[in-house]
Structure formats: structure tokens, C-alpha cells
Design a protein around this ligand. Structure first.
Ligand code: FAD
Length: 467
């Protein structure tokens, strides 16, 4: 039967955008229905994205640090990897979080409907559930249907040896010869994991540097480290064809650094993600979707249809969980009648590689392209006592600041824990701090966080010692 019911706020998609919006709307007194096609909440981030990747990267870090112990006089044997246990560990982390979300939804009386949703009008969504179709009417709707990995046309995507990030996180096996197509954040994080587990990793990237979009000086220390660890890193190179053979996948390359065709046991395609905007029947609701599948929204997260909002990966780049959750709160608050708008000055980016790379605000590449006048200070971690103490001197902390006002315009960090360290620079930018504010703020010694203050002291010309 077609059970019809009504929601004050209907949320389509249960990822970080969707569940945050649903919870916030419920906390503001709205009666909320959340529609998610998968049996667990959490979307890409919790199930097949941020969280499982970071659990596996922790395993990789332990392997790497143990291997480096001999440099300070502690030698461990070669790691014995119990892949089933590694997989269990990762799955448990995910399960703890998704189970927690289900409990939080229940606590807030958010009704979760499992099924695939499609708009039938600007007031109703049809959901294909296990018990048959359901129609849900709504006063307001928040679209949070996310994105999915880009597939390359012509590649044998049906072959189980050709995987995407979801397949890589499944950890079905540790391939001997592993090729990663795409030297962006997701590809390099998976490279870090599989290298630690014992794969011979190769990476191929179309552009002239890894992590395109990040300043080259920040990428360099990472590149230098991994080029010693990995089999090959091919830049300015394109994979043009993949042919399944009994032995593996034969990969054909083209471009400046292109090698002969090569056979790999597995190939990961990590060349970006595309929004799900064209898959939800948006046209039936009159919601405008651009040619790439993104849904344009205003600062209140409103689509062209005033009572329908959209958030997260489906509204545009950067496709990051912390952007989705902040947009989610704005949409829920606007629906509840609050004055709210998405006005973040910056959204930080982090590659959880080894070393990590993190940046926020204006990058140097952007500043040069846009003709922005700036000054910069770069503090080398080789002069940080703490960095030396942990045996990682390759890091850099860079700040860009305005010539006149000396206010922070952007920052980039490469080095251990860069992802944690970048948060302070984001706060500095949001608060309009100038380099003197940062230099005068007492940072604990000896820490990596000090490197931000040291960079500010360099900018000020007040740095005395390097330590
Ligand atoms: P999603 O998380 O994509 O959620 C959308 C949900 O909607 C999904 O659960 C989907 O099943 C559901 N849905 C879609 N269509 C329908 C429909 N028609 N009916 C019912 N349900 C539907 N970001 C970070 O910030 N930090 C990281 O470290 C990080 N690591 C990542 C690692 C990997 C390997 C990947 C792939 C991504 C990573 N991301 C990371 C990106 C992050 O996962 C996304 O930005 C985030 O999940 C976007 O949230 P969202 O709510 O917009 O969409």
C-alpha cells in the first residue's frame, strides 16, 4: 500500500549534511523525517569516507613509526599484518559512530525512512522502501543527497580489480602491484594505507604536481618522502586505457612522464566526485540543477524554490564534511525562522597523508593568479625543537598576510599533525587577527603549534631564536 505521511521538515540524505540538518531542525522544535537509502546513517563520511580512511591511516602511521624506530635506537621486527583484524578495527569504528547516530535520531524523535527518494512535486517525495512505496509530503525540504566517485568512461568498471575509494576501504586484499589513478587527497590517503600494508604503490596524476590546488612548496616535502617509498609517481600523465588480462589489469599511459604499459593487480580510480543532483527527480520539484549536477543555492542554502534548501557535496566544492555540517545548521535554522547565513571566510582542507598537508584562506597560487598584494613568512620545522624531537624536520608553516594591515590572509602547513594545527590559523582568519596578535599570543613550548607563532614573529621581524 502507499502509506502517505507528512513532515514539517523533510531531509533527503543521511550524511553529515543530512543528519546534522535533521537534528538541528528537531532541536528547534520541528517535526522531521529523514530519508536515507542505506541502512545506516552517516553517508559517505562515516561509512565509506572520512572515518574509515582515518582509522586505516592510523594503522599506517603505527607501521611507519615502528619502521623508523631504528633511527633512534629501537628496532622492531617486520610488521605482521592480520588483514581481517585491521578490517574489523575499521568496521568497529564506523559501527560505533553509525549506531550512535541512530540513537541520536531516536532521542530527537526524527523519523528515519529507509529507501530511495525521488521528488514527485515541490510538496512531495516518493520513497521506494522495502515495504513498498511511501509518499511523504513536506512543508520544507533540505536536499543533502551528496556525491559519488567519478567513473572514467571506457574503463572496465565491472572488473572487481578496478576499484573506487569505497572498494579500497573494503580492504578485500593487499594487492602486490597497486596503481592509483589520481594524485589528489583521496588517492594519496589510500596510497599511504596500502603502502603501509605492503603494496608496491604507483600513482599517476594528470597535472604537474600532486594535490593540484595546493601550493607546490607545501606538497614538496610529501612528494620527496613518498617518492622514496612508492614504486613510481607519474606526473603530467594520463591513463588512456585499461585492459583486463588473466594476470591483472594492463594499464596504458600517455603524456610527458608516461611509461610503457604495465600490469597491476588492482587499480584505484580516484579522480574526483560528482554530485547526485541529477538522480533525485529535482525537475519534478522545479529545483534547478546545473549541467554538472550541482544545485545552486544562496547564502541561506535556499534553492530557486523558496521552501526547498540544499546542502553539502550536492551544492558545490569543496566537497568536505565540515562544510556540509555548517551549511546544514544554516538551512535548519533558516527554516525555523532564525536569521542565519553561511558566511564562513574559509573552509580548511586537509590531506591526511604522511606528512599531513593542511591549508586555509588564500593560497599563494590564488594570490598570484588574482594579483592580490601579500607578504609571507615561512617557518621551517628544521628549526623547531619539537619537530626535531619527533624526528620530522621536513615540515613548514607558512602564513600569507596583507601588506598594509598585516592581517592573516591564508596559511598552509605541511608536517605531522598539520590537520590539527590548521584550526588555529582558521580562527585567526575568522577573527581578523594580524601577525602581531599571533606573535604576542603565548604558545606552549615545545610544540608544533608554536610554528604558527614563529612564522608570525618572522613576519614581525621579532623572532630571536630558532628552536
Ligand atoms: P553524503 O555523505 O554523500 O551523504 C548523502 C547521503 O544521501 C548518502 O548516505 C546517500 O546514500 C543518500 N542519498 C543520496 N541520494 C538518495 C536518494 N535519492 N534517496 C535516499 N538517500 C539518498 N571530507 C572531510 O571533510 N574530511 C575527510 O577526511 C574526508 N575524507 C574522505 C575520504 C573518502 C574516501 C571520501 C570518498 C570522502 C571523504 N570526504 C572527507 C568527503 C566527505 O565524505 C563528504 O564531503 C561528505 O560525506 C558530504 O556529506 P553530504 O551530507 O553532503 O553527502
Amino acid at each position: 500500500e502507499n502509506a502517505a505521511f507528512h513532515a514539517e521538515v523533510l531531509v533527503l540524505g543521511g550524511g553529515p549534511g543530512g543528519y546534522t540538518a535533521a537534528f538541528r531542525a528537531a532541536d528547534l522544535g520541528k517535526q522531521v523525517v529523514l530519508v536515507e537509502r542505506y541502512p545506516t546513517l552517516g553517508g559517505v563520511c562515516l561509512n565509506v569516507g572520512c572515518i574509515p580512511s582515518k582509522a586505516l591511516l592510523h594503522v599506517a602511521q603505527v607501521v611507519h613509526e615502528a619502521a623508523e624506530g631504528s633511527s633512534f635506537g629501537v628496532k622492531f621486527g617486520p610488521p605482521e599484518i592480520d588483514l581481517a583484524k585491521v578490517r574489523d578495527y575499521k568496521n568497529k569504528v564506523v559501527k560505533t559512530l553509525t549506531t550512535g547516530l541512530a540513537a541520536l535520531a531516536k532521542q530527537r524523535k526524527v523519523t528515519v525512512v529507509q529507501g530511495v527518494g525521488q521528488f514527485v512535486s515541490d510538496k512531495t517525495l516518493a520513497v521506494e522502501t522495502a515495504e513498498g512505496p511511501k509518499t511523504i509530503g513536506f512543508d520544507a525540504c533540505i536536499i543533502a543527497a551528496g556525491s559519488q566517485p567519478v567513473k572514467i568512461p571506457g574503463f572496465p568498471h565491472d572488473d572487481p580489480r578496478l576499484i573506487d575509494s569505497t572498494g579500497a576501504l573494503e580492504l578485500a586484499e593487499v594487492p602486490k602491484r597497486f596503481l592509483i589513478v589520481g594524485g589528489g587527497i583521496i588517492g594519496l590517503e589510500m596510497a599511504t594505507v596500502y603502502h603501509a600494508l605492503g603494496s608496491a604503490v604507483s600513482v599517476v596524476e594528470l597535472m604537474d604536481q600532486l594535490i593540484p590546488g595546493c601550493d607546490a612548496d607545501l606538497v614538496k616535502p610529501l612528494h620527496q618522502r613518498i617518492k622514496k617509498q612508492y614504486q613510481n609517481i607519474y606526473l603530467k600523465t594520463k591513463v588512456v586505457r585499461i585492459e583486463p588480462e588473466a594476470e591483472g589489469l594492463r594499464v596504458f599511459f600517455e603524456g610527458e612522464g608516461a611509461p610503457e604499459s604495465e600490469v597491476f593487480d588492482r587499480v584505484l580510480v580516484a579522480v574526483g566526485r560528482r554530485p547526485n543532483g541529477k538522480l533525485i527527480g529535482a525537475e519534478q520539484a522545479g529545483v534547478r540543477v546545473d549541467e554538472r549536477g550541482f544545485i545552486p543555492v544562496d547564502a541561506q542554502q535556499r534553492t530557486n524554490v523558496p521552501h526547498i534548501y540544499a546542502i553539502g557535496d550536492i551544492v558545490g566544492n569543496p566537497m568536505l564534511a565540515h562544510k556540509a555540517t555548517h551549511e546544514a545548521k544554516v538551512a535548519a535554522e533558516v527554516i525555523a525562522g532564525h536569521k542565519a547565513a553561511f558566511q564562513a571566510l574559509t573552509i580548511p582542507s586537509v590531506a591526511y597523508t604522511d606528512p599531513e598537508i593542511a591549508w586555509m584562506g588564500l593560497t599563494e597560487t590564488q594570490a598570484l593568479a588574482q594579483g592580490v598584494e601579500y607578504d609571507k613568512a615561512v617557518f621551517p620545522w628544521a628549526a623547531s625543537g619539537r619537530a626535531l624531537g619527533i624526528g620530522r624536520r621536513e615540515g613548514l608553516t607558512k602564513i600569507l598576510y596583507a601588506k598594509e594591515s598585516q592581517r592573516i590572509l591564508g596559511a598552509g602547513i605541511v608536517g605531522t599533525n598539520a590537520g590539527e594545527l590548521i584550526a588555529e590559523t582558521v580562527l585567526a582568519l575568522e577573527m581578523g587577527a594580524d601577525v602581531q596578535d599571533i606573535a604576542l599570543t603565548i604558545h606552549p613550548h615545545p610544540t608544533l603549534s608554536e610554528t604558527f607563532a614563529f612564522a608570525a614573529e618572522m613576519a614581525e621581524g621579532t623572532i630571536t631564536d630558532l628552536y
